[in-house]
Design a protein around this ligand. Structure first.
Ligand SMILES: [Zn+2]
Length: 228
């Protein structure tokens, strides 16, 4: 009996959140690879804005006139409105990444609705119409999917990561992973906030080398809303 309850719970969890989370991510990735549109990359940054790092990142992007997409944590955005306004003014796309980075995997309908609605509202107050959403850790559930559709949000996962949040990541390891893993049409997910012991600083250092290198390789950077 216990075993059956466990099996039913596992099957439920699989259908409710695990399959939508991982299945959708892989489906999006495969579709992008199939619709390969040339040497274009989409730089995306999660978990900001952070007082300590985001502006240095914006300076670096500005140096190469690269436009990126930022999936911001609403509470951090509220604390750093100036950074959001600057990013927007400099032509970057602002998307949402939850209110305070809670995992939606096994949360219910009330959480799904309020997390998305409150994130949208926070950004609206900062003058941004957030049309794009990336769930923290890429984890979602059927209620999140329902509200994403209802609120007209575009759900975006990623194709390439470089484990830039890890304590043992170095600018060299992040740079090497990036250069090895990118391919035409890929969405790159990096972080300008949270992460272990100053992680975003290492991400920025890695990009200082990786960006000119990728430009030399003939890549062009676009925002997610320029995806064709
Ligand atoms: Zn995140």
């Amino acid at each position: 009996m216990k075993k059956m309850i466990l099996m039913t719970a596992l099957a439920g969890a699989f259908g409710y959140s695990i399959l939508p989370s991982f299945g959708l991510r892989h489906y999006q990735s495969l579709r992008r690879r199939k619709n390969n549109e040339g040497r274009i990359l989409y730089l995306t940054f999660d978990d900001g804005p952070s007082e300590a790092y985001t502006e240095a990142l914006l300076d670096l992007l500005d140096e190469y006139d690269i436009k990126a997409s930022f999936f911001v944590v609403a509470e951090f955005a509220q604390k750093n409105p100036r950074i959001i306004l600057r990013a927007k003014k400099e032509g970057h796309l602002i998307g949402i990444h939850s209110v305070n980075h809670q995992n939606a995997l096994f949360r219910g309908n009330r959480f799904a609705f309020s997390d998305l609605a409150a994130s949208i509202l926070t950004l609206k107050k900062l003058g941004c119409d957030a049309g794009y959403y990336r769930p923290p850790w890429g984890h979602l559930n059927l209620f999140i999917l329902y509200w994403v559709k209802k609120m007209n949000l575009k759900l975006v996962f990623w194709d390439v990561m470089a484990q830039d949040w890890a304590a043992d990541a170095t600018p060299t390891s992040i740079r090497a992973k990036l250069l090895r893993r990118v391919y035409p049409g890929a969405i790159i997910c990096l972080h300008d906030g949270r992460g272990a012991a100053g992680a975003p600083g290492r991400t920025i250092e890695a990009l200082r080398d990786a960006l000119p290198q990728l430009l030399r390789e003939g890549y062009e950077f676009k925002r997610l809303d320029q995806y064709e």
